[in-house]
Design a protein around this ligand. Structure first.
Ligand code: PEP
Length: 248
Protein backbone atom coordinates (compact mmCIF):
# COMPACT_ATOMS: atom_id res chain seq x y z
CA UNK A 1 0.00 0.00 0.00
CA UNK A 2 1.22 3.49 -0.85
CA UNK A 3 2.43 5.46 2.14
CA UNK A 4 0.24 8.55 2.32
CA UNK A 5 1.09 11.23 4.89
CA UNK A 6 -1.88 11.90 7.17
CA UNK A 7 -3.35 15.38 7.09
CA UNK A 8 -5.44 17.19 9.71
CA UNK A 9 -7.08 20.20 8.07
CA UNK A 10 -9.18 22.76 9.92
CA UNK A 11 -11.84 24.92 8.28
CA UNK A 12 -12.65 27.95 10.41
CA UNK A 13 -15.44 29.00 7.99
CA UNK A 14 -16.67 32.55 8.78
CA UNK A 15 -15.30 32.43 12.33
CA UNK A 16 -12.30 34.07 13.90
CA UNK A 17 -11.06 37.53 14.82
CA UNK A 18 -7.49 38.53 15.68
CA UNK A 19 -8.00 37.55 19.32
CA UNK A 20 -8.53 33.91 18.30
CA UNK A 21 -4.95 33.68 17.04
CA UNK A 22 -4.13 32.70 20.63
CA UNK A 23 -5.69 29.31 19.75
CA UNK A 24 -3.10 28.94 16.99
CA UNK A 25 -0.29 29.83 19.37
CA UNK A 26 -1.58 27.17 21.77
CA UNK A 27 -1.92 24.61 18.95
CA UNK A 28 1.64 25.21 17.79
CA UNK A 29 2.93 25.03 21.35
CA UNK A 30 1.32 21.61 21.89
CA UNK A 31 1.37 20.04 18.39
CA UNK A 32 3.76 22.13 16.28
CA UNK A 33 6.16 19.22 15.94
CA UNK A 34 3.51 16.64 14.90
CA UNK A 35 4.70 14.13 12.31
CA UNK A 36 1.44 14.45 10.38
CA UNK A 37 0.65 17.39 8.16
CA UNK A 38 -1.33 20.20 9.80
CA UNK A 39 -3.39 22.83 8.04
CA UNK A 40 -5.76 25.57 9.21
CA UNK A 41 -7.90 27.53 6.75
CA UNK A 42 -9.03 30.72 8.48
CA UNK A 43 -11.19 33.43 6.94
CA UNK A 44 -9.29 35.49 4.34
CA UNK A 45 -8.93 38.38 6.79
CA UNK A 46 -6.75 36.25 9.11
CA UNK A 47 -4.55 34.43 6.59
CA UNK A 48 -1.65 36.85 6.71
CA UNK A 49 -1.63 37.23 10.49
CA UNK A 50 -2.04 33.49 11.06
CA UNK A 51 0.75 32.73 8.60
CA UNK A 52 3.03 35.04 10.60
CA UNK A 53 2.13 33.25 13.84
CA UNK A 54 2.75 29.87 12.18
CA UNK A 55 6.08 30.82 10.63
CA UNK A 56 8.78 28.29 11.47
CA UNK A 57 6.24 25.71 12.74
CA UNK A 58 4.74 22.68 11.00
CA UNK A 59 1.37 24.41 10.67
CA UNK A 60 0.36 25.35 7.13
CA UNK A 61 -2.26 27.97 6.29
CA UNK A 62 -4.93 27.84 3.59
CA UNK A 63 -7.79 29.81 2.09
CA UNK A 64 -11.42 28.62 1.98
CA UNK A 65 -12.10 29.55 -1.65
CA UNK A 66 -10.54 31.39 -4.57
CA UNK A 67 -11.77 32.89 -7.83
CA UNK A 68 -10.98 31.12 -11.09
CA UNK A 69 -9.60 34.31 -12.63
CA UNK A 70 -6.14 35.65 -11.82
CA UNK A 71 -7.35 39.22 -11.26
CA UNK A 72 -9.94 41.70 -12.48
CA UNK A 73 -13.44 43.04 -11.92
CA UNK A 74 -14.72 40.52 -9.33
CA UNK A 75 -15.78 42.58 -6.34
CA UNK A 76 -15.42 40.77 -3.05
CA UNK A 77 -13.49 37.81 -4.48
CA UNK A 78 -9.96 36.63 -3.78
CA UNK A 79 -7.59 35.14 -6.36
CA UNK A 80 -5.25 32.22 -5.83
CA UNK A 81 -2.29 34.58 -6.24
CA UNK A 82 -3.67 36.77 -3.45
CA UNK A 83 -3.99 33.77 -1.12
CA UNK A 84 -0.42 32.77 -1.85
CA UNK A 85 0.74 36.37 -1.42
CA UNK A 86 -0.92 36.44 2.03
CA UNK A 87 0.94 33.29 3.10
CA UNK A 88 -1.41 30.44 2.14
CA UNK A 89 -0.09 27.17 0.73
CA UNK A 90 -3.49 25.45 0.36
CA UNK A 91 -7.08 26.30 -0.52
CA UNK A 92 -10.36 24.48 0.15
CA UNK A 93 -12.52 24.36 -3.00
CA UNK A 94 -16.05 23.16 -3.61
CA UNK A 95 -17.07 23.01 0.05
CA UNK A 96 -20.75 22.06 0.23
CA UNK A 97 -21.56 25.41 1.85
CA UNK A 98 -20.21 27.13 -1.27
CA UNK A 99 -21.79 24.62 -3.66
CA UNK A 100 -25.15 25.28 -1.98
CA UNK A 101 -24.88 28.90 -0.84
CA UNK A 102 -23.04 30.26 -3.89
CA UNK A 103 -24.42 27.79 -6.44
CA UNK A 104 -20.95 26.54 -7.37
CA UNK A 105 -21.11 23.88 -10.07
CA UNK A 106 -18.55 21.13 -10.62
CA UNK A 107 -17.25 23.10 -13.62
CA UNK A 108 -16.75 26.18 -11.44
CA UNK A 109 -14.93 24.13 -8.80
CA UNK A 110 -12.70 22.62 -11.50
CA UNK A 111 -11.85 26.08 -12.89
CA UNK A 112 -10.99 27.31 -9.40
CA UNK A 113 -8.88 24.22 -8.78
CA UNK A 114 -6.99 24.82 -12.02
CA UNK A 115 -6.36 28.42 -10.93
CA UNK A 116 -5.10 27.22 -7.54
CA UNK A 117 -2.73 24.67 -9.10
CA UNK A 118 -1.42 27.27 -11.56
CA UNK A 119 -0.50 29.39 -8.55
CA UNK A 120 1.25 26.50 -6.78
CA UNK A 121 -1.43 26.06 -4.09
CA UNK A 122 -2.53 22.61 -2.92
CA UNK A 123 -6.28 22.28 -3.56
CA UNK A 124 -8.49 20.47 -1.04
CA UNK A 125 -11.44 19.56 -3.28
CA UNK A 126 -14.64 18.69 -1.41
CA UNK A 127 -17.29 16.22 -2.53
CA UNK A 128 -20.28 14.81 -0.70
CA UNK A 129 -23.89 13.75 -1.01
CA UNK A 130 -26.97 15.31 0.59
CA UNK A 131 -29.23 13.25 2.85
CA UNK A 132 -31.82 13.12 0.08
CA UNK A 133 -29.26 11.71 -2.35
CA UNK A 134 -28.09 9.12 0.20
CA UNK A 135 -31.64 8.02 0.97
CA UNK A 136 -32.29 7.66 -2.76
CA UNK A 137 -29.31 5.28 -2.97
CA UNK A 138 -27.40 7.74 -5.17
CA UNK A 139 -24.33 8.39 -2.95
CA UNK A 140 -21.63 6.74 -5.08
CA UNK A 141 -23.09 8.08 -8.32
CA UNK A 142 -23.14 11.66 -6.92
CA UNK A 143 -19.57 11.43 -5.61
CA UNK A 144 -18.35 9.97 -8.93
CA UNK A 145 -19.89 12.79 -10.89
CA UNK A 146 -18.50 15.45 -8.52
CA UNK A 147 -15.03 13.91 -8.75
CA UNK A 148 -15.17 13.74 -12.56
CA UNK A 149 -16.47 17.28 -12.85
CA UNK A 150 -14.45 19.05 -10.15
CA UNK A 151 -10.98 17.50 -10.24
CA UNK A 152 -8.82 18.62 -13.16
CA UNK A 153 -6.85 16.17 -15.32
CA UNK A 154 -3.62 17.82 -14.15
CA UNK A 155 -4.22 16.80 -10.53
CA UNK A 156 -1.38 14.95 -8.83
CA UNK A 157 -0.94 13.34 -5.41
CA UNK A 158 1.07 16.38 -4.32
CA UNK A 159 -1.24 19.09 -5.63
CA UNK A 160 -4.75 17.81 -4.85
CA UNK A 161 -6.36 16.37 -1.73
CA UNK A 162 -9.93 15.04 -1.86
CA UNK A 163 -12.25 15.64 1.10
CA UNK A 164 -15.31 13.40 1.33
CA UNK A 165 -17.85 15.32 3.37
CA UNK A 166 -21.40 13.97 3.51
CA UNK A 167 -23.47 17.16 3.59
CA UNK A 168 -25.78 15.71 6.26
CA UNK A 169 -22.82 15.18 8.61
CA UNK A 170 -21.39 18.71 8.42
CA UNK A 171 -21.97 20.71 11.58
CA UNK A 172 -24.81 18.41 12.62
CA UNK A 173 -23.11 16.10 15.10
CA UNK A 174 -24.18 13.16 12.88
CA UNK A 175 -21.13 11.18 11.82
CA UNK A 176 -21.14 8.66 9.00
CA UNK A 177 -20.61 5.11 10.26
CA UNK A 178 -17.28 3.48 9.54
CA UNK A 179 -19.13 1.16 7.13
CA UNK A 180 -20.48 4.17 5.21
CA UNK A 181 -17.07 5.88 5.25
CA UNK A 182 -15.32 2.69 4.09
CA UNK A 183 -17.72 2.24 1.17
CA UNK A 184 -17.28 5.79 -0.12
CA UNK A 185 -13.52 6.08 0.49
CA UNK A 186 -12.85 2.71 -1.20
CA UNK A 187 -14.94 3.82 -4.15
CA UNK A 188 -13.13 7.17 -4.38
CA UNK A 189 -9.78 5.37 -4.23
CA UNK A 190 -10.80 2.99 -7.03
CA UNK A 191 -12.01 5.90 -9.18
CA UNK A 192 -8.80 7.87 -8.62
CA UNK A 193 -6.71 4.84 -9.62
CA UNK A 194 -8.87 4.22 -12.69
CA UNK A 195 -8.57 7.83 -13.81
CA UNK A 196 -5.03 8.82 -12.79
CA UNK A 197 -3.23 5.45 -12.67
CA UNK A 198 -1.72 3.53 -9.77
CA UNK A 199 0.87 6.02 -8.57
CA UNK A 200 -1.25 9.18 -8.54
CA UNK A 201 -4.48 7.39 -7.65
CA UNK A 202 -2.98 5.57 -4.69
CA UNK A 203 -0.90 8.57 -3.63
CA UNK A 204 -3.69 11.17 -3.49
CA UNK A 205 -5.02 11.73 0.02
CA UNK A 206 -8.71 11.35 0.76
CA UNK A 207 -9.90 13.06 3.95
CA UNK A 208 -13.17 12.46 5.76
CA UNK A 209 -15.12 15.48 7.00
CA UNK A 210 -18.34 15.78 8.97
CA UNK A 211 -18.57 16.25 12.75
CA UNK A 212 -15.10 14.83 13.46
CA UNK A 213 -14.27 15.31 17.14
CA UNK A 214 -11.52 14.08 19.47
CA UNK A 215 -13.89 11.34 20.68
CA UNK A 216 -14.61 9.78 17.25
CA UNK A 217 -11.40 10.61 15.35
CA UNK A 218 -9.44 7.42 16.15
CA UNK A 219 -12.24 5.16 14.88
CA UNK A 220 -12.53 7.16 11.64
CA UNK A 221 -8.75 7.29 11.08
CA UNK A 222 -8.56 3.51 11.46
CA UNK A 223 -10.51 3.13 8.17
CA UNK A 224 -8.01 2.06 5.51
CA UNK A 225 -8.59 4.72 2.87
CA UNK A 226 -9.04 7.61 5.29
CA UNK A 227 -5.93 9.79 5.19
CA UNK A 228 -6.98 12.37 7.74
CA UNK A 229 -9.83 14.80 8.29
CA UNK A 230 -11.28 18.11 7.24
CA UNK A 231 -12.62 19.55 10.48
CA UNK A 232 -14.97 22.50 10.96
CA UNK A 233 -16.25 23.24 14.46
CA UNK A 234 -13.63 21.23 16.33
CA UNK A 235 -10.76 23.09 14.61
CA UNK A 236 -11.59 26.37 16.35
CA UNK A 237 -10.18 25.35 19.73
CA UNK A 238 -6.60 24.16 20.12
CA UNK A 239 -7.64 21.55 22.70
CA UNK A 240 -10.22 19.95 20.36
CA UNK A 241 -8.10 20.07 17.21
CA UNK A 242 -5.12 18.85 19.23
CA UNK A 243 -7.19 15.83 20.32
CA UNK A 244 -7.92 15.02 16.67
CA UNK A 245 -4.26 15.45 15.67
CA UNK A 246 -3.28 13.10 18.48
CA UNK A 247 -5.55 10.41 17.01
CA UNK A 248 -3.97 10.57 13.52
C1 PEP B 1 -16.53 21.31 7.42
O1 PEP B 1 -16.92 22.47 7.52
O2 PEP B 1 -15.84 21.00 6.45
C2 PEP B 1 -16.89 20.36 8.46
C3 PEP B 1 -16.60 19.10 8.29
O3 PEP B 1 -17.55 20.87 9.57
P1 PEP B 1 -17.82 20.10 10.98
O4 PEP B 1 -16.53 19.40 11.36
O5 PEP B 1 -18.18 21.18 11.93
O6 PEP B 1 -18.91 19.12 10.73
Amino acid sequence: MTDRRKLAAGNWKMNGLGAELSEIEALIASHGAASSELLICPPATLIERMARVAEGSALQIGGQDCHAAASGAHTGDTSAAMLRDAGASHVILGHSERRAGHRESDAAVRAKTEAALAEGLVAVVCVGETLEEREAGRTLEVIASQLDGSVPDAATAETVVIAYEPVWAIGTGKVATTTEITEVHDDIRARLVARFGDEVGNGMRVLYGGSVKPGNAAEIFAVENVDGALVGGASLKAADFGGIIAAL
